[in-house]
Write a protein that binds this ligand. Sequence first.
Ligand SMILES: *Cc1c(COP(=O)(O)O)cnc(C)c1O
Length: 356
Amino acid sequence: MSNFDLSKILRPHILTLAPYSSARDEYTGQVGVFLDANENPFGSASTGNFNRYPDPHQAGIKALLAPLKHISTDRIFLGNGSDEPIDLLTRISCTPGKDRVIILPPTYGMYEVSASIHDVYIDKVSLTPDFHLDADAILHAVTPDTKIVWICSPNNPTANTMDRACIQRILENFVGLVVVDEAYIDFTDEPSWIAELDRYPNLVVLQTFSKAWGLAGIRIGMCFASAELVRILNKVKPPYNISLPAQQLLLEALHAVDKKDQMVADILTERATLDTMLRALPLVVKVYPSDANFLLVQFEDARAVMDYLIKETIIVRDRSRVHLCDGCLRITVGTSEENKVLIASLKKFQEKNVTV
Ligand SMILES: *Cc1c(COP(=O)(O)O)cnc(C)c1O
């Protein structure tokens, strides 16, 4: 989309918005007597020192993240989980009660929730029965008020990666934001769309620290986009959206990429083992191929399996009533021990059902 004009996609008042200027924006030196932000000079009531406001621009984190993702720091936005960029992208582009987004079920629920919160219309275009994008139908669903197409790849809950040529067609023919949510990118061999940001000014890529990095509890999501769009997101976000302890822990993690890589490798090994063990069970109808850290598994009687597992205090995600996912449970890949407990329970369920 070479003639893409971001200012035509954004809500007019967002373009002219004057952002909040924080105390830490006005003086950025590291040392000094800081009497500018009404902080407590003595320290914190907790252990540790959290009495100072955190860096609103997360410069230290972005300096480490940029080389890791092969992108410049001005194209990185960090949010309070991916939830925050999902919310902000909806908010900066869609006028409530007028504009529309396209979502592609079955997919991650937050795109729809965010649109609904903002009173934005949702057009749903189903994936094909084998969980792929229907580019013709998606482009056909576009109206002059459509601002965002949400694509999840690898997709939750179907676990597959979306065809690159289809995404490319949407990028080239839709004059609006094409968001590719890559929450599960670390678990696939497919390349990230980050490398295509230079080619497509309407492309936005989401990633997260919640899955591969094991940091779901500190809530940090990544958004990669044009420098122009990142500037707008920074203008609209709450100034201190990433807390100081979250920034400190993330910096620590970014110095331990090897540990993340090892955990991903272990999850991939466990995914293959779990897949094999599930396939061997007669009550399993189908295990879908996975590019993620979970398996979508079809059972003969998913509800009964789910209820039995809950009694055994094993919690999986019921997707059996989700569009195109009839009879399916979504099972996160656990540790070797956890996966064995799951398989043992499923075997027990099977035996019980044969004897009654
Ligand atoms: C888990 C997940 C996320 C991560 O959300 P956070 O708010 O960053 O924890 C984002 N998108 C999809 C599709 C997911 O499954």
